[in-house]
Design a protein around this ligand. Structure first.
Ligand SMILES: O=P(O)(O)OC[C@H]1O[C@H](O)[C@H](O)[C@@H](O)[C@@H]1O
Length: 422
């Protein structure tokens, strides 16, 4: 089912002529990105454009996931940023089955890692280590610890079944897989971490969690086809509007959701837009709100703080549960006006009221409506945002596919820790 983008309210805050111009530019950029093929200067970083191609090794992944689901109590997903966020966002939000899934390789906190190891004690453990360039400190150091932990409990033959590595061909990670007989899955060379949702990077974890990988990829492909049929469609529209608003005083985009289980999808979105656009002192700063909680804190700033924010509402039509407020007249709590109402409607009313209030308060409000939260919708949503982000970055005049700023922090950390230069 389709996603709907409504930009009516926010458009009023943009300069009409500029918005029209950005729409034309966005469509041109979309065409260039998708049509150029091997001749494109972006060829090396746009392997994500076709979901079906990105979603390689599916049979192998399904087979391994079956084995893991039959044998594992715990599956540890070791990765950071683009190497764990897309899968995590779905696993944390959807109804999963199978082993418990834990996350490692995304912190250097001793307490967190020690607690993860405690949780593994006495359990049947499988791990998937994911790293595009196997230099990132967090997954690398955690793999070291987990490998030792497992080798003290399993024979090398057992280890070979229990460890899956996902990296690029020719990398040190592939050599380690070969040397130890671990299954090796492809982190496609032409796909960067934050654009890797449809690749094996996330597919194994999704399959282990019992999620429908085929429906997920089909969702991505459906959005790919829809955008192609409409020369960039809603992705180009969202990018154009962000660009037109960004050229005024707006500096922050708040992605607000009224379903707390979208938290990790919002986190995925922050990496996507933050790393893609935050360059050359440009780009909207991506921030997120989880409502109602944040309405009672950040809501104040949204309503009356500095007018530098635009707000995108990630709305869900079908919350996936029905729960009504039962009348209880005798209790006298003065909430009788809610009698018989469904929480879906109450939440929707809160969302509408928030949009109205923030609009009146001078915040350009964009609405993206998702029909429900399932694999297909996540597929559509990821593809929509990835395409919108690539187009948006190019409208801004930055390279949406690199992240030199992150490398900068890594360099100073490596030197502080005494890492030898390669
Ligand atoms: O998969 P890796 O190479 O370990 O990268 C994991 C993450 O860390 C890096 O610092 C990059 O900034 C991210 O874009 C990337 O997703």
């Amino acid at each position: 089912m389709k996603l709907y983008l409504n930009t009516d309210l926010a458009q009023r805050y943009a300069d009409a002529g500029l918005l029209e111009q950005e729409r034309l530019r966005a469509k041109d950029i979309y065409r260039e990105l998708t049509a150029a093929g091997e001749a494109s200067p972006d060829w090396g970083v746009t392997g994500w454009l076709h979901c079906e191609e990105a979603a390689m090794q599916r049979a192998q992944i399904a087979e391994k996931a079956k084995e893991i689901r039959e044998n594992a109590d715990v599956f540890v997903l070791v990765g950071v940023g683009g190497s764990n966020q897309a899968a995590r966002a779905m696993i944390e939000a959807l109804d999963t089955t199978g082993p418990q899934i834990l996350y490692a390789g995304n912190t250097l906190s001793a307490w967190e890692l020690a607690r993860t190891l405690q949780k593994l004690e006495g359990k049947s453990v499988y791990i998937n280590v994911i790293a595009k360039n196997f230099e990132t400190l967090e997954p690398g150091s955690h793999f070291r610890v987990l490998r030792r932990w497992m080798s003290e409990r399993y024979t090398p033959e057992e280890m070979a079944r229990r460890v899956v590595l996902t990296g690029t061909y020719g990398s040190r990670l592939e050599e380690i897989a070969k040397e130890n007989g671990y299954l090796f899955l492809s982190f496609p060379e032409r796909i960067g971490g934050r654009y890797s949702a449809f690749s094996p990077v996330s597919l194994l974890a999704l399959a282990v969690a019992g999620l429908d990988v085929e429906a997920f990829v089909a969702g991505g492909s459906a959005m790919e086809a829809e955008l192609a049929a409409e020369q960039g469609g809603i992705a180009a529209e969202y990018a154009a509007l962000r660009s037109a608003l960004g050229q005024k005083d707006y500096a922050i985009e708040m992605l607000a959701a009224f379903e707390p289980r979208l938290f990790w999808a919002q986190s995925w979105w922050k990496q996507l837009f933050g790393e893609s656009e935050g360059k050359d002192h440009k780009g909207l700063f991506p921030a997120t709100m989880t409502n109602s909680e944040d309405l009672h804190s950040m809501g104040q700033y949204m309503q009356e703080g500095r007018r530098i924010l635009i707000e995108t509402f990630l709305m869900v039509d079908d919350p996936g549960a029905e729960l009504r407020v039962q009348p209880d007249k005798a209790f006298g709590d003065r909430f009788d006006y809610l009698d018989g109402m469904d929480f879906a409607n109450i939440n929707r009313a809160a969302e509408k009221a928030t949009i109205q209030a923030h609009d009146a308060g001078g915040v350009p409000c964009i609405q993206l409506r998702l029909p429900r939260l399932d694999e297909e919708t996540y597929g559509r949503m990821y593809y929509f945002f990835m395409m919108a982000c690539a187009v948006s970055g190019k409208l801004l005049g930055v390279d949406p596919f690199d992240q030199n700023g992150v490398e900068e922090y890594k360099r100073s950390m490596f030197s502080a820790l005494g890492k030898p230069k390669n």
